[in-house]
Design a protein around this ligand. Sequence first.
Ligand SMILES: Cc1ncc(C[n+]2csc(CCOP(=O)(O)OP(=O)(O)O)c2C)c(N)n1
Ligand SMILES: CC(=O)[C@@H](O)[C@H](O)COP(=O)(O)O
Ligand SMILES: [Mg+2]
Length: 697
Amino acid sequence: MPHRRATDSTGIRPRTGRTSGQDARSGLLGRLRGPADLKTLGPDELSALAGEIREFLVQHTSARGGHLGPNLGVVELTLALHRVFDSPADPIVFDTGHQAYVHKILTGRAAGFDRLRTRGGLSGYPSRAESEHDWVENSHASTSLSYADGLAKAFQVRGESDRTVVAVIGDGALTGGMAWEALNNIAAGSGRPLVVVLNDNGRSYAPTIGGMAQRMAALRLRPGYERMLGQVKSTLPRAPVVGRPLYGALHAVKTAVKDWLLPPAMFSDLGLKYLGPIDGHDVEELESALSRAKGFRGPVLVHCLTRKGQGYPPAENDDAEQMHSPPAFDPVTGRPKVTPSTSWTSVFSRELLRAGAERDDVVAVTAAMSGPTGLDAFAAAFPDRFYDVGIAEQHAVTSAAGLAMGGLHPVVAVYATFLNRAFDQLLMDCALHRLGVTVVLDRAGITGEDGPSHHGMWDMSLAALVPGLCLAAPRDAVTLSEELFEALAVGDAPTVLRYPKGAVPQEVPALRRVTSGDGGPVPVEGGRGAVDVLAQPRAGHENDVLLVAVGAFGGMAVEAASRLADQGIGVTVVDPRWALPVPPVLVDLAAGHRLVVTVEDGGRSGGVGAAVVDALAGTDVPVQVVALPQRFLESASRAELLIELGLTAQVLARTVTETFADRAGRRSGEAATPAGPDADPFDTPGGLSGRRPAGEA
Ligand SMILES: Cc1ncc(C[n+]2csc(CCOP(=O)(O)OP(=O)(O)O)c2C)c(N)n1
Ligand SMILES: CC(=O)[C@@H](O)[C@H](O)COP(=O)(O)O
Ligand SMILES: [Mg+2]
């Protein structure tokens, strides 16, 4: 349904120059202390406020990036929500939470946007520490309806029948299976006041896929629907003219006419009352529908048609993603402020395209993120071998198992943190059946400003649990290409590749590739099992330290080795390439060393370091594991967090120096670090976090 473009009434006139919290204190925004202040505003003030909010959003996301498109699309919706419901008594749960900036502005946090998504600043997602109005911090999609179902049941048990739970879920998030598990339960909760607000802008990043999305798109495009709706609406006098009661009655007539014309079978067949579709940019219409929904005192779905990027032409006209989550950009043109350097994602995209051209059994699967994971080029070149399954990682992995059973080699590209969703599918649907499915994990390790539920720090611990699964962590573009093609050569086990967010580092060349140890040649299948030596010590120090650098930390380890050589400590740096399971040749290489140190961009519990400790348990070689602490890491830039956690060449060198001096002679086979999963590896002597080595700034 083509929306009245807000630019007609609230067109954004972005100001150039520095943004400042000052604009949070000017105009209507400046008078806003909290949701209660909204209830006194009239239609014209609301329209003006919507315009101010849009301008505010553009100014503040342009500084450091952020979820501009989604938030521009929910300005009127969020205004109406806070005018109809009484947050926080009535919980408003935002699915994924990336579209909660307006909610934050309306709940007294506008001034904090100067430091949006910065270390210690305003989170880009709801934050319970920030406000009583915030409920869910997890940014993984499709969870809101389950939270809402639980909250509604809790209020029922506690006899708090005057409270209404509201869940705001996008059409994309609604493609997640968990959402339908929840809807099935919500629909049965007749006595529980729960309003599901479907924020339907027709897109995740790209247009939302699937039969449901097609059905809902039809609601917008149905011939005559818009005209009919317009005619019915135009006969409908505005509330101030006839008074709310009559307006409400006439509105009910209009809705009944629509329902009759467009019975929303999807939801009503579930037993869920359905209101809509509503113009998601008409505050008056939204308030009327939401008020009716609130009055229903049971489960009801309000279907709001919105537009991602509404009111800001660069976002409206961004056909790819409608500025879903742009990096810092020029507020006037919408163009990125910085031209991105070659990213891991772009290298993967290029190499997968090459694989697709060489092999017609290679197919690609995305969970609604073809752009961010680098599948767009493959999709354009091989549209019949590309599948977007929606925000449905579980389905993505098991349908890939089906693709493999059918004789193809699927490549499933997801962000590392979202693989958590599909662990059982990887374990039981892929590995148990010994299927050649390749999962490529972008944003592995510390990601940055998206905070704790986005850091990709769990994948190696999960992968290590899966019998038969092989995980590779490329250290640069060359090894990404090698290891991708090695993965595609594996037809009898799942393979995983993982690399971090951002720019791919300079090539880290190998001095040599070791495929066998003292015990004679080690079976190296298609590259798996071979280990790259990246640096080796001067004569006479060959057995001092073996530094096992996983993936993108290869370059840092080589630099640390150089620092250590200056201190007379000999370090052999190796990249295990296929890091899980631990290559046998690595065990051979470790033998005889006075100390083994592992360093990885992943959680310490059950990661590569833990696996190396296990592999060397029977030897007399002490092992120091350097990894991410097993806790939820804050939101900050990747660079800030790496420095804060001591994952730099300088601190790594100091750690090795301390450990070497202090522990290299310890009793046989004992891990140099207490390997308890909750022990913070950085608190060991010479540890990294909390206590910095002497002389560290
Ligand atoms: C489990 C999971 N997979 C993928 C993502 C990445 N992601 C963030 S927002 C988004 C699109 C959400 O679309 P929708 O729910 O329609 O919200 P909109 O952005 O359109 O407001 C995706 C795929 C995620 N947050 N969680
Ligand atoms: C909310 C969400 O999950 C995504 O939009 C994510 O924020 C994008 O992350 P990148 O910016 O790293 O692609
Ligand atoms: Mg959407």
